[in-house]
Design a protein around this ligand. Structure first.
Ligand code: NCD
Ligand code: ZN
Length: 348
């Protein structure tokens, strides 16, 4: 591999927020330009809690794929206290329905309908275990008395470990991990536990968001942590360990809802996601491991075929646009107006 070109199997994004309706005209092309598949999060308003609603949402996504594109959305169901086990039977029988997403109630954007106590979902989790449907977790506790920087580590101790013991056959993904504790936990857990890692948690720490002025476009949940945690995530992502795979958690919001007295959580990375991961892997002298992280570990975990088509990144500085149309509003991407070192060959 020349140091100015990277050729890799077309990757997938195993954690993505596409939003809905008019904004799909922005988000779907941004992701489809380089990712073949994506796990689409169900935290719409109202949340996607039935296979029927997921199917309708999927149709709207498919209608937004640019002509000639081959993007495949893999849909998820939003777990609530009231989700019926029979919905799991329907989900497991639907080829494009890939997983169920757990949000603790109130933990993040559009999580009001999330789970109030994990025990309430046990019958559903039992059915998922029987039918081998994976559980994707927003891994934070949402208690007022737990500091926001500790919420992931406390989740691992108080929720995840008991869950792993109670459901020994359930496959689980700890989504968008942000701490050394999470990276270490997943690395030593058994093979049915995976984790996604975002580009922004590999690139930034809390100082980037808070020192020298507050940068709302870097505010996401789980929140950016200290630099030692970023270092641990970089080590995990570039380790070659198949339990870690690419999931952008690209989560766009209208600019007015980010630049606000009470701004929304979510970072919009999709316009340059793969290129940003390439920067990190290059800095870690691990470009030869980017392909497995981005294109092999995810499908292997989910039991899906790896993609066959390929793409190329070239070393070529370009500037990320300052903003994009986003329905009737605009969205500001990560690193707006700044340079990225790698560029998709033939990409716009
Ligand atoms: C996500 C969103 O905006 O939907 N926000 C975020 O900060 N990551 C929700 C989530 O994944 O927590
Ligand atoms: Zn997310």
């Amino acid at each position: 591999m020349s140091s100015d070109r990277i050729s890799l199997t077309r990757p997938d994004d195993w954690h993505l927020h596409l939003r809905d309706h008019a904004t799909l005209a922005t988000t779907v092309p941004h992701t489809a330009r380089c990712f073949r598949r994506a796990i689409v999060m169900p935290n719409l308003k109202p949340p996607v809690t039935t296979v029927t609603a997921a199917g309708e949402y999927r149709d709207r996504i498919l209608a937004a794929i640019p002509p000639g594109g081959s993007f495949e959305p893999l849909m998820t169901l939003y777990l609530t206290d009231n989700l019926a086990p029979v919905e799991i039977d329907r989900a497991a029988a639907t080829s494009w329905l890939a997983a169920v997403k757990y949000y603790p109630a109130g933990a993040t954007t559009n999580s009001e309908s999330g789970v109030t106590a994990i025990e309430k979902t046990w019958p559903v989790l039992e059915r998922m275990q029987e039918l081998d449907l994976p559980l994707l977790m927003h891994g934070e506790v949402n208690h007022r008395d737990v500091d926001i920087f500790d919420r992931e580590a406390v989740f691992i101790d108080q929720v995840l470990q008991p869950l792993i013991r109670r459901f020994p056959g359930l496959r689980m993904v700890l989504e968008h991990i942000t701490t050394r504790e999470a990276a270490e936990f997943v690395a030593q857990a058994d093979a049915r536990i995976g984790a996604t890692i975002t580009a922004h948690h590999l690139l930034y720490h809390r100082g980037h968001m808070l020192a020298g002025g507050i940068r709302p476009h870097l505010y996401c949940l789980p929140i950016l942590k200290r630099d030692v945690h970023r270092e641990a995530l970089r080590a995990a992502a570039t380790s070659g360990n198949p339990r870690f795979f690419l999931g952008t958690d690209s989560a766009p919001h209208p600019v007015g809802e980010k630049e606000s007295a009470c701004g929304c959580a979510g970072v919009y990375t999709a316009p340059a996601a793969l290129e940003l991961y390439a920067e990190v892997f290059e800095e870690e002298q691990a470009l030869d491991r980017l392909e497995a992280f981005a294109a092999f570990h995810g499908p292997d975990f989910y039991g899906l075929e790896r993609n066959i088509s390929r793409l190329e990144l070239v070393r070529n500085d370009w500037t990320i646009p300052g903003r994009y149309h986003f329905g009737a509003a605009e969205v500001i991407p990560v690193r707006a107006g700044e340079t990225v070192r790698w560029k998709l060959a033939g990409g716009a």
